[in-house]
Design a protein around this ligand. Structure first.
Ligand code: XMP
Length: 578
């Protein structure tokens, strides 16, 4: 069991609630996330509460709220963004509907720095705003603590009652000294003690595994990613290697050297399912159909393993590498829950979960904490610092097309008839890709905002022939194309690692698109992104010298007509292309 949280973040539907809890944990204070409407009585053990941001308006029917009793319980409360508005609204202040909203940097002027909440943070400071509505007048008994040029109540305080609200986001990196606002709240206002260190939890996690498993045994489907590998290692330490079985499915859609890398983790059995996956994908070009076929193939392989190894017998328990953001459904985490579904779709696994025959040793930990635990266990840095890699593997980075559609010249650039996914509102949509002639993310953003039907913009870095002489070629997932992509991905990863660039970006997909000529039918797209959790992401343009080296290495691979750069932020583009 983890300790009782000193801080509880009430999730009002924002993607930021986990970031807030994580930032508090970074201060050495254990924090958990709870649904915003949790009754005040259930929150009484915490020293302080944070009401998170969220996309709603306090005037929308059904928008998240909190139990108003939290404001009179004597506990310290900090409302962030929507949390501030909710606090103002419920306590009798005035919230104004915003028309356009305010997104991005602003300058905060703090009035009163004698309040422990704002101690040491006086003067003008850069903050980051993302809101539509704003507080027009604070509730009775509150004073305005800070303002910006466009927001008269950017911070408010009722010092005696220990109630605070800020319109900006202290938890994001763009807010200068953001962590100091949180530290003031956590230590100065709430009086928390810094005693949380995930590395110290290892013995407790191991005990928890022993308690949950009892005399039984555990099996894992391990992906080679950080979470499942750390959970697997913890279990083998807790129970002994003979009571833990780990199976890695080789789908044939993995990166170069991946299966050997996974073998290096130790104690894993490799299930060779290459023929099953590649056979089922032959001739398929539709992106959704590809994903569906891969999901089905995973189910079949897992069922095959479960049956052969008799893992449904009462003496087996399922182990999973679920981490904290996967366990809570909210605006920001619904996607993460979806991503993990392929494991839970197997009927046998579903049964195990329903009957509680499951152990998830990392379910209270964030990714960074999982890495710290992994380091404590002596797992190698190459494993712990890996970028995320999608379950369906290279299949969703190897685009296919029926062919026959022409590249079209429009005023803004070249419209390439490849179906690539993006997010519009809450849904995924497929649209053609626009190629422009400069590595300009600002222009890409302007174009995706303006042009309906385009959710991704790329620019050529180097091509063997002019882009308007290339065509989208009829193509599907072949061993030859997968090998081409695998080589390009390996070359980029090698250079990225050697230069240290892989530590600067959050993820760096390399995509093969069927755009080229009869001799060189494909092109490679580079997609380095910066992100916090993959929910939103920024395209980042790399140093020209490194880019030149990557192009040179990619052009050594046969069949490549061009190297392109993806300039699209998420939203509207997704990180992956399918
Ligand atoms: P998108 O493309 O939605 O990706 O912006 C966000 C993050 O999720 C990863 N991703 C997946 N991971 N199975 C996975 O295990 C999937 O089907 C899947 N699709 C996307 C993606 O690599 C990125 O880190």
């Amino acid at each position: 069991m983890n300790p009782n949280p000193q801080i509880i973040v009430l999730d009002a539907g924002g993607q930021y609630c986990h970031l807030e809890a994580r930032k508090v944990r970074d201060l050495g204070v254990y924090a958990e996330v709870r649904p915003s409407e949790t009754p005040a009585a259930e929150l009484a053990g915490a020293k302080g509460l944070i009401v998170s941001g969220g996309p709603g308006s306090v005037y929308d029917a059904g928008s998240p709220t909190v139990d108003p009793a939290i404001f009179s319980s004597g506990q310290a409360v900090l409302g962030i963004c929507y949390g501030l508005q909710l606090m103002a609204h419920l306590l009798g202040g005035e919230v104004r509907r915003g028309e356009k909203g305010e997104y991005g940097m602003a300058t905060l002027e703090l009035d009163d720095t004698s309040d422990p909440m704002f101690d040491g943070l006086g003067g003008s400071r850069q903050i980051w705003m993302s809101h539509r509505d704003l507080v027009g007048r604070p509730p009775e008994g509150f004073s305005v603590a800070g303002r910006t040029a466009t927001c008269a109540v950017a911070a408010m305080a009722a010092r005696e009652r220990r109630l605070y609200g800020v319109q900006f986001h202290p938890e994001v990196v763009h807010t200068a000294h953001g962590q100091e606002y949180l530290a003031n709240f956590v230590f100065r206002v709430c009086g928390c003690v810094a005693d949380w260190d995930p590395r110290h939890r290892v013995p407790a996690i191991e005990q928890e595994i022993r308690d949950a498993v009892g005399h039984r045994k555990v099996f894992f489907f391990v992906s080679g990613g950080v979470d499942s590998s750390v959970a697997f290692r913890l279990s083998t330490r807790a129970l002994g290697a003979e009571r833990v079985r780990g199976v890695y499915v080789d789908t044939g859609l993995m990166r170069e050297g991946e299966t050997d890398f996974v073998r290096g983790i130790g104690g894993l059995a490799v299930e060779d399912a290459r023929e099953l996956f590649l056979g089922a994908l032959t001739g398929v070009t539709d992106p959704e159909q590809k994903r569906h076929i891969i999901g089905e193939a995973f189910v079949r392989v897992q069922e095959r393993v479960i049956e052969r190894e008799r893992l449904m017998d009462a003496d087996w328990v399922l182990g999973q590498g679920t981490i904290y953001p996967d366990t809570i459904e909210s605006g920001g985490t619904a996607k993460a829950a979806l991503i993990k579904t392929h494991h839970n779709r197997v009927a046998g696994i579903q049964k195990l979960i329903e009957s509680g025959r499951i152990v998830e040793p990392l379910r209270y930990f964030y990714k960074d904490e999982v890495r710290q635990v992994g380091r404590e266990l002596g797992l190698p840095a190459e494993l712990l610092d890996r970028h995320p890699f999608p379950g369906p593997g290279l299949a969703i980075r190897c685009l296919c097309a029926p062919g026959g559609a022409e590249v079209e010249t429009i005023l803004e650039g070249l419209l390439i008839p490849i179906r690539s996914v993006g997010v519009q509102g809450d849904s995924r949509s497929y649209a053609p890709v626009l190629a422009i002639d400069a590595l300009d993310t600002g222009r890409a953003t302007e174009l995706t905002n303006r042009l309906r039907n385009v959710n991704r913009v790329i620019a050529p870095v180097e091509t063997r022939v002019p882009v308007d002489r290339m065509a989208v070629r009829a193509s599907c997932l072949t061993a030859e194309r997968l090998a081409r992509l695998r080589r390009a991905d390996a070359a980029v990863r090698r250079l990225s690692h050697e230069s240290g660039y892989d530590r600067q970006v959050w993820q760096f997909p390399v995509i093969l698109i069927p755009l080229g000529t009869a001799d060189a039918p494909d092109s490679v797209v580079l997609r380095p992104v910066d992100s916090v959790d993959g929910m939103t992401a920024q395209s980042v343009v790399m140093d020209a010298g490194l880019l030149r080296k990557m192009c040179a290495a990619i052009f050594e691979i046969e069949g490549v007509a061009g190297v392109f750069y993806d300039l699209t932020h998420k939203p509207p583009g997704t990180i992956e292309w399918e």
